[in-house]
Design a protein around this ligand. Structure first.
Ligand code: ASP
Ligand code: MG
Length: 470
């Protein structure tokens, strides 16, 4: 079971999450993964930035706020017996955090490596608090850092990759004996370490990934992600009023959706679970009676429905490389992607018409300028590319469902629904998996496009609102 930041936002919520574990623990062996308390990771990042800039006063202020948050929370969880030990532990970590921040402030330097040391303090603190909360309700448990749980990564700080085989082996070695004693390991999500022991992080939102890794390693029956929404939804409920929870989706569909209700999920989180075919359940810790969404191998088309969900990704732009000289010229696409890649710019969507006179790439809005400059330097004046254009206010609409595969007419329905809303489509791509049709509209048209598709495919009636666990 993994608990996200909102499920740990204060003592009351932590206690509630602990009771969820209690409720399922008599009949199951449970390993717990926690992320940092709500917003703590962002605040740590801010503290790092302030310290680096030499803003000593502001740094101190924010740091004190964070230290007090954890101390005060610790004071209201646990019982008398465990509280002393917990408060000692929190103070110790608070001191270590302070030293780290001082170090950054002195050097005025925040490297990817020191940032990876700084950010997981949130998880390191919350594991101890959660462990105490479990102990207070008579559940034997102990906290572990990512490294202590056996997760070893490469040294790509900020976005480190787990070394799967080594990690799996170590995780089993560390967790199996704890679970066999019927103790509950509480593991700090998001963090790991290199072979030589430097702390790394798995990328923002990485505690989902931790849960998936641990589940895969120990051969869990299911991986449960406790969050603050009822599960994966047919659309963002802030955009579509009758958005409904999806009871079942396949790993592929979940990957394509990459959105939890309104929230983004770690892009690689599902990979370990999918590889070992371990079902992942997304559940709401605020409404634990609901079953949530089950992500599994099974492809259910849900009463013949071809489209299951529609999501929207804001904050992107389009960069278009064009020129009649590109027609039939081999290697242009390679050059485009190589240029973007070597500038560290991630491409989300690609399209090229069969005339070959233009290639369009979707990149993050904040990267558009850099992409254009990089491409100008690399491509202009060589005879084939004439123009490099950009559009900055765009959003991606992704229509997802495994039933779309091989079903004729889906694209027609998608685009006529958009036309009905008088929304202009700027770019289209469909992966050959046919699980997903993605297109670009202007940012302001995005919500209307989502609503149009939701209506056309009547996604709101695909509801699981009545499914509850007794
Ligand atoms: N606390 C980390 C973050 O906010 C990891 C996580 O929440 O999954 O990115
Ligand atoms: Mg989080």
């Amino acid at each position: 079971m993994k608990f996200g930041g909102t499920s740990l936002a204060n003592a009351e919520r932590i206690n509630r999450s602990a009771r969820i574990v209690q409720r399922f623990s008599p009949s199951n062996k449970i390993a717990v993964v926690v992320s940092a308390m709500d917003d703590v990771t962002d605040q740590l990042a801010e503290i790092g930035r302030l310290a680096q800039k030499g803003e000593a006063r502001k740094t101190k202020q924010l740091l004190a706020k964070l230290q007090n948050l954890h101390l005060n929370t610790a004071r209201s969880v646990g019982d008398r017996g465990s509280r002393r030990e917990l408060l000692d532990k929190i103070s110790q970590l608070n001191t270590e955090l302070e030293r780290t921040v001082d170090g950054i402030g002195h050097l005025r330097e925040l490297t990817p490596r020191s940032k990876d040391y700084l950010l997981p303090f949130g998880e390191r603190l919350s594991t101890h608090i959660f462990t105490a909360a479990l102990q207070a309700i008579r559940l034997k448990s102990r906290s572990l850092t990512g490294a202590e749980a056996g997760i070893t990564t490469d040294d790509n700080f900020g976005e480190a990759r787990p070394l799967a085989e080594v990690s799996y082996h170590q995780i089993r070695q560390r967790l199996d004996p704890i679970l066999a004693r019927r103790e509950i390991p509480v593991v700090a999500g998001f963090m790991a370490a290199t072979v030589d022991g430097s702390i790394t992080t798995l990328g923002r939102g990485g505690s989902d990934y931790t849960a998936s890794l641990l589940g895969a390693a120990i051969g869990a029956e299911e991986i449960w992600i406790w969050t603050d929404v009822d599960g994966l939804m047919t659309a963002d409920p802030r955009i579509v009023e009758d958005a409904a929870v999806l009871p079942n989706v396949s790993f592929w569909e979940a990957l394509e959706l990459s959105y939890f209700g309104a929230k983004m999920m770690h892009p690689r989180a599902l990979q370990p679970a999918a590889q070992k075919k371990i079902p992942v359940r997304i559940r709401n810790s605020f409404r634990p009676a609901r079953l949530g969404t089950l992500i599994s191998e099974k492809e259910t088309t849900g009463a013949g429905r071809v489209v299951k969900a529609v999501s929207m990704i804001r904050g992107v732009g389009i960069v278009t490389v064009s020129g009649t000289g590109m027609m039939g010229a081999p290697g242009v696409a390679a050059k485009v992607f190589q240029t973007l890649g070597s500038n560290g710019i991630n491409v989300t969507m690609i399209s090229q018409g069969s005339s070959e006179a233009a290639i369009s790439c979707v990149v993050a809005k904040k990267e558009v300028e850099r992409a254009v400059r990089g491409l100008q330097l690399a491509l202009l004046g060589q005879g084939y590319v004439e123009k490099i254009g950009k559009e900055q206010d765009a959003c991606i609409i992704a229509v997802v469902g495994s039933g779309m595969r091989g079903t004729p007419g889906v694209a027609a329905r998608v685009f006529s629904a958009i036309a009905k809303k008088k929304v202009n489509v700027r770019m289209v791509a469909q992966g050959s998996s046919e699980y997903n049709i993605s297109f670009i509209v202007s940012e302001k048209d995005g919500p209307e496009a989502v609503r149009g598709i939701h209506e056309e495919f009547q996604l709101g009636t695909l509801t699981s609102k009545k499914i509850v666990l007794c």
